[in-house]
Design a binder for this molecule. Structure first.
Ligand SMILES: C[S@@+](CC[C@H](N)C(=O)[O-])C[C@H]1O[C@@H](n2cnc3c(N)ncnc32)[C@H](O)[C@@H]1O
Length: 272
């Protein structure tokens, strides 16, 4: 375990998340926002694509292992132990229930399933079944008590595309920074500490510290006319305020990538 980056606002630990999480004191973080590996099935299928014309296209396989239900149970235990508030986890839809139930089994509460609805999803190349148009987000809470978030009556549905440049991205699973900015703005209290134990290319820091609102939108379709005005007034989700971020990442190349991305932020943004 090694401290790869340490500024006033962001610390990045290089190591195996499962071991590093054990080393933290209980309730050290306000909010967990993370995008861990997916199920063995999804990892396997990411390695190949078969378009309707019968060709087989091999994509580069992911260079980190998938999560089994036992590993999810270990992570859920640590997340509930370490968080004081919200636990926000991007999940593979095959494992949504596994994650939600694992959080509840260790005393946390599974509150909702959110969705990132993609505006430009990958089409289903075989043409024989629907393409996947969204990613699921398990929204849990460490205690289920004294719930509070910063986004009033908004739904937990976000719509938007990947960040520009996707396709040349050096990280195969990079999440859009606008979405992470929105999640941190909504769920993390002012000055709160966010933990991301699967830091990848550091999008959690980019979302937490971007000096302006990033592109993307929430779905606010509602049948309640009386609510509509209130929704529209509150259309823009709140931005993160004075967040601090602790990240954990195992792979040297993604540590280097995160630091390079964080270094594009102005030093004044990273000062407390
Ligand atoms: C799905 S990616 C996260 C991508 C990230 N949200 C982004 O926008 O760049 C998961 C990351 O977790 C890392 N990882 C997987 N298992 C790990 C472990 N046991 N310890 C530390 N890092 C791990 C992988 O190297 C990978 O970069």
């Amino acid at each position: 375990m090694k401290l790869a980056l340490d500024t006033d606002r962001v610390s990045l630990i290089q190591g195996d998340s499962f071991k590093v999480l054990e080393s933290f004191t209980a309730q050290s973080f306000d909010t967990i926002v993370t995008d861990p590996p997916y199920s063995p099935h999804t990892h396997k299928m990411l390695g190949k694509e078969r378009p309707a014309d019968g060709r087989q296209i091999f994509r580069k396989e992911l260079d980190f292992p998938p999560l089994t239900p036992d590993r999810i149970a270990e992570l859920a235990y640590q997340f509930v132990r370490l968080a004081r508030g919200w636990i926000i986890v991007f999940v593979d839809w095959r494992q949504t229930g596994t994650w939600g139930n694992a959080i509840e089994r260790v005393g946390g509460e599974w509150i909702r399933v959110g969705a990132w609805v993609k505006t430009s999803p990958m089409p289903q190349l075989t043409g024989d079944r629907p393409a996947t148009g969204h990613e699921e987000i398990v929204i849990g809470h460490a205690t289920g008590e004294g719930l509070a978030w910063n986004a009033k009556g908004r739904p937990c549905t976000w719509r938007g595309g990947r960040d520009a440049g996707y396709g040349d991205e050096p990280h195969p699973n990079q999440k859009p920074a606008w979405l992470i900015q929105s999640l941190i703005g909504m769920f993390n209290p002012t000055g709160g500490i966010v933990l991301d134990p699967f830091f990848g290319s550091g999008t959690t820091a980019i979302g937490a510290f971007a000096p302006e609102r990033l592109e993307g939108e929430m779905l606010l379709e509602t049948s309640c006319k009386a609510c509509a005005k209130k929704h529209l007034e509150a259309y823009h989700p709140p931005l993160p305020v004075d967040a601090r971020v602790v990240g954990i990442e195992g792979a040297q190349k993604y540590i280097d990538l995160s630091i390079a991305r964080i270094n594009t932020l102005s030093p004044s943004v990273l000062a407390a």
